[in-house]
Write a protein that binds this ligand. Structure first.
Ligand code: A3P
Length: 285
């Protein structure tokens, strides 16, 4: 397993896209600008979806960026090897993705007025999505049996560490001006309201027509057809989408098709223990 990951202070990062050098660059050298917008997620929480929505907010619903630029170039990952080349000369506002916890942002972040949009997802659904992803991605270790993966997830022995630690690092800043907390579930249930909220937070006035266009383009089935967002360009020996797609189901509650009653109760007990005292109102069952 370990040859697939860079292990840094106990965190696993996929070597396929991340190196000690790219981490050092992200933390020590990256120059955050006031106009930067960071999309922050724990893996498998709807990152790709946000990489579709936020550029469309900035383009006022013009589909060109999402139909012509692959998502990993459109909103590059701060921690990936190619970040430097893609972002240094890019005009503002730059849209940047990261799976980092709060303390892992670049040193220069705190002195800037950059914004963060955080999207959370029910950890049981993020786990299920990740389980399937591990089975199609050659650059991640094999998921193993579901019960084995469940244990690894709860112990945080998965890429980017524990879901609990991720939320715990970001939830305390929820009232800061630079920060917007969203959930995958609210986005799916009321996309219009969430896009409107995002537009206001990002200082973009969106007409009703523009919001309609954004909602339509970012529907799961439309994104699934968009080769700039569905990873269909990635060779199958790296990402094998023959039996399961990267854009797999796009629903809330698929965990119910995977967890036994006992696994769900065990998960809930770990959740209660790990989230104690955090005043976090979501995902208690
Ligand atoms: P599933 O595996 O449950 O289908 P990430 O982009 O962070 O890797 O997250 C991937 C998850 O987000 C996948 O979940 C994927 O299907 C879902 N997703 C991506 N685009 C979506 C959309 N437009 N609507 C709903 N879910 C979406």
């Amino acid at each position: 397993m370990s040859e697939l990951y860079v292990v840094h202070e106990g965190f696993l990062f996929p070597k396929h896209v991340i190196s000690e050098e790219s981490l050092r660059y992200a933390w020590e050298e990256f120059q955050v600008r006031d106009e930067d917008v960071f999309i922050v997620t724990y893996p498998k929480s709807g990152t790709t979806w946000m990489q579709e929505i936020v550029p469309l907010i900035f383009s006022n619903g013009d589909l060109t960026p999402v139909l012509s630029i692959p998502n990993w170039q459109r909103v590059p990952w701060l921690e990936h090897n190619f970040c430097k080349g893609l972002l240094e000369d890019r005009p503002s506002p730059r849209l940047i993705t990261t799976h980092f916890q709060r303390h892992m942002l670049p040193k220069t972040f705190d002195k800037s007025k950059a914004k963060v949009v955080y999207m959370a997802r029910h950890p049981k659904d993020a786990l299920v999505s990740s389980f399937h992803y591990h089975n199609i991605a050659a650059f991640l270790d094999n998921a193993g049996r579901f019960d084995e993966f469940l244990d690894k997830f709860l112990e945080g022995k998965v890429m980017y560490g524990s879901w609990f630690d991720h939320i715990k690092s970001w939830w305390p800043v929820r009232d800061q001006e630079y920060f917007l907390f969203l959930t995958y579930e609210e986005m799916l249930q009321d996309t219009r309201n969430t896009v409107t909220k995002l537009g206001e937070f990002l200082g973009k006035q969106l007409s009703s027509d523009t919001i309609d266009k954004i909602i339509s383009q970012t529907k799961f089935n439309n994104m699934k057809q968009n080769s700039m967002s569905n990873y269909s360009f990635v060779p199958s020996d790296i990402l094998n989408q023959e039996n399961s797609n990267f854009l797999r189901k796009g629903i809330v509650g698929d965990w119910k098709n995977h967890f036994t009653q006992a696994q769900s109760e065990y998960f809930n007990s770990v959740f209660a223990e790990r989230m104690k005292g955090l005043n976090f109102p979501y995902y208690k069952d």
